[in-house]
Design a protein around this ligand. Sequence first.
Ligand code: CA
Length: 354
Amino acid sequence: MKRREFITGTAAAGALAGAPAVIARRTWRWKMVTTWPKNFPGLGTGAEFLARLIGEMSDGRIRVRVYGAKELVPAFEAFDAVARGTAEMGHGASYYWKGKSEAAQFFAAVPFGFTAQEMNAWLYHGGGLELWREVYAPFGLIPAAAGNTGVQMGGWFNKEIRSLADLKGLKMRIPGLGGEVLRRAGGTPVNLPGGEIFTALQSGAIDATEWVGPYNDLAFGLYKAAKYYYYPGWHEPGTTLECFINRKAFEALPKDLRAIVLNACRVANQDMLAEYTARNNDALRVLVEKHKVALRRFPEPVLERLRELSEQVVAEIADKDPLSRKVYESYRRFRDKVRAWHAISERAYLEARG
Ligand code: CA
């Protein structure tokens, strides 16, 4: 593809023709690294959608080229790549960066924590986003919510989970805080990027895995490697996907383009949730009717124990460092309030609807 000039010739051409001088139009070419396989349904396409939006909203003044995992850097190196300026922006999930900051985990998914709607309420109107910016500031990065999967599924298992004893010794791909909860329940959590899950499950390198929900799990063919599909996704009740932007690159943009980048993230955040909600319905039907997947709900005593362990694990993050405590306190205060409200609104309504 032929690359366009950085400065268009409009100003010079206008002056020569005797027309009023037009201000030279600068264009920016940005790279976006991602933690997803290129164009992976929902997540990778969500990153592409964000890149396209930025291009459209800026009328081509910012052109963002998206790189799938491993195309420019491996999935879990995306954060560092944007921090050092190898790429101007990245698309991932903040719980992958727990090694950078423990507090980062609050901005993706917390076991038994916020749903998508609650997370957005906390981020945009409850002080969450300001805290997230504070967490990423030492790395020279600006975070933005840029997608949400909604409630995920509990995962794929080759045996039924009838009691806590069935979690003992279970080697399961489950990242982040959910993984730590599984460890305390006696299992062995493993973290693998999406692209490596199917092979690991099929070869028996892992006994079980969670990934996202029907739409994505169908695309990976996980039903070919495991029989039982459990719900609900207690560990990821509304996972926020993120865009992280190199601060220097961001600040080099004129004011209108900065607003465009951040507001494009906001649109992408909303759009992904809508897409997941719509597509999971169809995919679930295909999994159950065509592929004869056995749907199972985790037994209540199992969920109850996982809930207790989750409380402990999440509360312990607060002890890691002062910023983690600050984020945890904000998260907990907001959760208690929103839980009371949603008990008599969302939950009451969904139960009433049946
Ligand atoms: Ca997941």
